[in-house]
Design a binder for this molecule. Structure first.
Ligand code: GLU
Ligand code: MG
Length: 437
């Protein structure tokens, strides 16, 4: 059969989906600067394919312009077309950035952080997912048997990630039925979030080629085990030296990173609608399921919105370079660019306010009432998407970190998503999300 190579330029949207347009690879030269046409309303299509109440309607034209540095070409060598794609920025037809471009929002937030502190943020997004066709058996958590069952999958994915320029770190059988986890090396700047997208694309691409189906949905079934996205963050100075750690700081955090963490936690209730943005996200963010139910800092504790991670202090390892914090109130229903932008903008606010390091919690916070929590600067996170959205829409300061047009579009898109699922049972809502993420 005749065939000609195609390449696709993609962007992530409010629904956390990767969308884009393909064209003949021979046209890349011509398309490098001008990209390919895009429609404003596309940014608000819900994960369920419904176009919500959009301020743009059918009007307007934009471009998705590929970023040269993001090119991925992975040939699985099974006779199928290579996965050849670029991530791009959404721009106006005159080349100016579009207010609702999530990748541009993150780039700007990171630039501001560097301009105000001299520090560069490194990040990596740890992903949990499950095989839709594996149910029932959960006895194999973390086992060699569970690893072997999906070893071929893991090896193909590892090769694909490496071919894409993403550094594979681990592949493991997680706790839940059919649940696995994949982690990759940290990257400075926007690339951290770009690699999260490459990871999601290549995990799906591997599944597609092996005749499998995977889902990154935040929660597989009511009461089931969650699929989290844990965003690991650390800071470098202008010379590329690690500066997150100070042995004298609270939990080992240096001063500026501590203020960043304090801001990210203080404002979390008002922006969690951006980092955990689905209806089922809020059934995951409940106590005693190793996710995040409060805006607390944990020292090596997995029931915390931000966790100070362990370092290996054995000879030959550099603890300074390993030291990082992990943001756990996130999942794969969000665009990684928007997720990280929200955390960075809150962290930056914490730095501007000179907030001190929060005190890490060690106890069961569900045993404290609202007043006792408040005395420690803590709150229970919003307990549903509508409540989280209301909180976001009503917080003047947090809203002011984002362009008005984006806040408006976000709230409309999410209300559309809520409306699309309003008549479904809890079970059916979980199944619906499992299909689209
Ligand atoms: N599955 C848990 C979550 O929903 C995380 C478990 C872990 O600590 O890896 O975030
Ligand atoms: Mg895990």
């Amino acid at each position: 059969m005749i065939r000609e190579d195609l390449v696709i330029v993609c962007c992530t949207d409010i629904a956390g989906q990767v969308r884009g347009k393909g064209f003949p690879t021979v046209d890349l030269g011509r398309r490098r600067n001008r990209g390919i046409g895009w429609v404003p309303t596309n940014a608000a299509i819900t994960a369920f394919g419904v176009i919500p109440d959009s301020p743009f309607g059918s009007i307007g034209d934009l471009l998705v312009v590929p970023d040269e540095r993001t090119e991925v070409r992975v040939d699985f060598r099974d006779g199928s077309p290579a996965e050849h794609f670029f991530l791009g920025d959404i721009r106006h037809t005159d080349g100016k950035p579009w207010d609702c471009c999530l990748r541009h929002l993150l780039a700007q937030a990171l630039e501001t952080l560097t301009a105000e502190t001299g520090l560069t943020l490194q990040s990596t997004f740890e992903h949990e997912f499950h095989f839709i066709d594996e149910t029932g058996w959960s006895g194999s958590s973390f086992s060699q048997d569970g690893f072997r069952i999906e070893q071929a999958f893991g090896e193909t994915l590892t090769a694909a990630l490496r071919a894409a320029g993403v550094e594979p770190d681990s592949f493991l059988r997680e706790y839940g039925p059919g649940q696995y986890e994949v982690t990759t090396g940290p990257q400075a700047g926007v690339t951290g979030a770009d690699h999260a997208i490459v990871l999601r694309i290549l995990t799906r691409a591997t599944a597609f080629r092996l005749g499998r189906r995977v889902s990154f949905t935040p929660l597989r079934s009511p009461g089931g085990v969650g699929n989290g996205v844990h965003i690991h963050m650390s800071f470098l100075d202008a010379e590329g030296r690690p500066v997150t750690h100070d042995p004298k700081g609270v939990g080992g955090l240096a001063k500026v990173p501590a203020s960043f963490v304090a801001g990210a936690l203080k404002y979390l209730p008002s922006y969690v609608a951006l980092t955990a943005p689905s209806i089922v996200s809020y059934a995951r963010l409940t106590p005693h399921r190793w996710s995040a139910a409060f805006n607390n800092l944990g020292f090596r504790d997995r029931e915390a919105a931000i966790r100070i991670c362990p370092v290996a202090e054995v000879p030959g390892q550099d603890p300074e370079r390993q030291f990082n914090v992990e943001f756990r109130a996130a999942d794969a229903a969000a665009s990684p660019h928007l997720q990280l932008a929200a955390v960075v903008l809150a962290g930056l606010q914490g730095i501007r306010e000179g907030l001190p390091a929060p005190t890490p919690t060690h106890d069961d916070l569900t045993l404290l009432n609202g007043r006792a929590l408040a005395a420690r600067g803590l709150v229970r996170l919003p307990q549903s998407l509508p409540l989280a959205l209301e909180r976001f829409a009503g917080d003047k300061l947090v809203r002011s970190w984002f362009p008005d047009a984006l806040v408006d579009l976000y709230v409309r898109a999410k209300r559309g998503e809520i409306a699309a699922l309003k008549d479904l049972s809890e079970d059916a809502v979980c199944r619906a999300y499992e299909q689209v993420y």
